[in-house]
Design a protein around this ligand. Structure first.
Ligand SMILES: [Zn+2]
Length: 122
């Protein structure tokens, strides 16, 4: 089994409805994103998945989130844009873009700070 990982980031503002504390106020983060793709087989040139293609997919998704008030985005009208929901959203969007048989998205992590991280796996 091989697993490759890529990273990306976006800078955005959010707040958490229903939270009692500092996070109920609008604030910003540089959200770091880590995504892992796994599979057994390598292609004819010995790679599992093209890093460049994978990063382009992630960039499309983080581009939608970058420099946005996350609570105002249609994707988060029914849920808080918590790091947990952001990780699940990015997972769904990235998984939908992977079309190579035998290659699956294993996880997405969202780091809202160097010490606060969420990992989503379905
Ligand atoms: Zn926050």
């Amino acid at each position: 089994m091989f697993e490759i990982t890529i990273t990306g980031h976006f800078d955005s503002a959010h707040y958490l409805n229903g939270y009692k504390g500092r996070c109920e106020e609008v604030h910003g983060h540089r959200f770091e994103v880590l995504a892992g793709v796994r599979g057994e087989g390598l292609n004819e040139i010995g790679i599992l998945y093209d890093f460049t293609e994978l990063k382009a997919h992630l960039k499309e998704i983080t581009g939608y989130l970058d420099h946005k008030p996350l609570n105002a985005l249609p994707s988060f009208k029914d849920c808080n844009p918590s790091s947990e929901n952001l990780a699940a959203y990015i997972y769904r969007e990235l998984a939908a873009r992977l079309q190579t048989p035998g290659v699956t998205l294993s996880f997405v992590e969202v780091h809202e700070s160097p010490s606060n991280r969420v990992r989503y796996t379905p």
